[in-house]
Design a protein around this ligand. Structure first.
Ligand code: GDP
Ligand code: MG
Length: 444
């Protein structure tokens, strides 16, 4: 989607104000890309209308107001701000909290079509509840159709240290009812039911899910939707909600090529909030939903808060200073080396880059390769301590030595040094841009 927003931004290049004409041009670029990204037609239409109205309103105030001279923001920024607000409005307000029961275990019933990521997400949420919310979850394998489904859940449970309940050969309703009793015995305060899915919605599945619902009365029913399904995810959400009255949605596989078109429509179409986002196959790749994060990502502005949260997850106290130094443009190759190790801990580069605020600087479709990091680490390892700290300037003969030591070409070392110097500048720019924002992030 973001390409359309970039195109829209270009329409304002060199323009001093928002006019009816350039607003029209910009919104039509956006309309096209939203539709291409599978955002529902009605939702797109509403969105465009709201943006146009707001932008036209801005035009008037810009023309009329004395404020104009004070305002340093360009029309393009104004326009993107409006888009951001409206995108957030479409997906918000935020309601990522689960409903917790008092004096008895809280229950969460996971539903969704086959292959959307139900079982994985059940594990992710259990892990989130255990680590972040200090709860004692248990998993219930209630998918008796898919071969080895119970086994899959047991493996997940073992990895996160959460008990798994299943009765071989029993029907799902009985399994879930027995699980409720087991929760007291195991002293668990949260029960997650992992139910079966089908390829499409059919009556047998829906009847089974309705039976489980009425016999267990879950506090939360979470529908797992695959972002790659595009518009179909929205239709599915609508049907599940009509039949089961879901509490919210988990949108999975947002780490792939899907840019979240479906996420835009679900709230507007079903009225049910998105609670979590699935960002990868690993069990820690779950994020609580923040519309502003997804909105900026869609706008191609990156998700700075998400990025900072990733930092927080892996950054130890002394490394936090390093991140600050990096953003102040003071970092050395030694810091850089540590940063690479940190980045490697955060997940794949592609996910991280998607969150960076300077999306415009990356060529379209540029591939980020995790192997590059290994090469860079090798080159930095071959530098002397003084070279790493920037005390010794990297001249030709030093570069040759580094190349030899790391088994890379001299040209690669030169490129690294060029990029490093450029990056240092860029990071310090980014640091300045984030100045206001960082103040708001606890611990920063
Ligand atoms: P279920 O049939 O709904 O229970 O789906 P599974 O949990 O078995 O997941 C199906 C496939 O999707 C598996 O290969 C998962 O690893 C993968 N998957 C689940 N969530 C995500 C996600 O957020 N991102 C990516 N890339 N893959 C995911
Ligand atoms: Mg499953």
């Amino acid at each position: 989607i973001s390409s359309g927003f970039k195109e829209a931004k270009l329409k304002f290049k060199g323009k001093a104000t928002l006019t009816e004409e350039n607003i029209k041009e910009a919104t039509s670029a956006i309309r096209k890309s939203l539709l291409e990204a599978d955002v529902e037609y009605g939702v797109t239409k509403t969105f465009i209308k709201r943006v146009q109205e707001k932008a036209l309103g801005q035009e008037v105030t810009l023309k009329a107001g004395k404020a104009q001279s004070k305002m340093k923001v360009s029309p393009a920024d104004h326009f993107i701000n409006i888009c951001q607000e409206e995108l957030e409005g479409l997906m918000g307000p935020v309601d990522s909290e689960l409903k917790y029961a008092v004096n008895r275990p809280t229950s969460i019933m996971m539903v969704g079509l086959q292959g959307t990521g139900k079982t994985t997400t059940t594990g992710k949420i259990a892990s989130f509840l255990k680590n972040q919310k200090k709860r004692k979850p248990m998993l219930v394998a209630a998918d008796i159709y898919r071969p080895a489904a119970a086994q899959q859940l047991k493996v997940l449970g073992e990895r996160i240290g959460v008990p798994v309940f299943h009765i071989e050969g029993e029907n799902p309703v009985v399994i879930c009812e027995e699980a409720k009793k087991k929760a007291f015995e195991w002293e668990c305060d949260t029960i997650l039911y992992d139910t079966a899915g089908r390829l499409t919605i059919d009556e047998t599945l829906m009847t089974e899910l309705a039976d489980i619902k009425s016999s267990t009365s879950p506090d939360n029913i979470l529908l797992v939707c695959d972002a790659m399904m595009g518009q179909d995810a929205v239709t599915t959400a609508k049907s599940f909600d009509e039949l089961l009255e879901i509490s919210g949605v988990v949108m999975t596989k947002l780490d792939g090529d899907a840019r979240g078109g479906a996420a835009l429509s679900i709230k507007e179409v079903t009225g049910k909030p998105i609670k979590f986002l699935g960002m990868g196959e690993e069990l820690d790749r779950l994020e609580e939903f923040r519309p502003e994060g997804l909105a900026s990502r869609i706008l191609g502005m990156g998700d700075v808060v998400g990025l900072m949260q990733d930092f927080e997850r892996v950054v130890e106290d002394d490394q936090e200073d390093q991140a600050m130094r990096m953003l102040q443009g003071q970092f050395s190759y030694t810091d850089f080396y540590k940063q690479i190790e940190m980045i490697q801990k955060m997940g794949s580069l592609k996910d991280l880059v998607a969150k960076l605020p300077m999306q415009d600087m990356f060529p379209q479709g540029a591939e980020v390769d995790d192997r590059e990091l290994l090469k860079i680490k090798a080159m930095i390892s071959s530098m002397t301590k003084k070279e790493r700290l920037g005390a010794d300037n990297l001249d030709q003969s030093r570069m040759q030595r580094i190349a030899k030591g790391s088994g890379r070409a001299v040209k690669e070392v030169q490129e690294l040094h060029q990029k490093f110097t450029g990056m240092k500048k860029m990071m310090s720019m980014m640091g300045k841009n984030m100045g206001g924002m960082m103040g708001k992030i606890p611990g920063m």
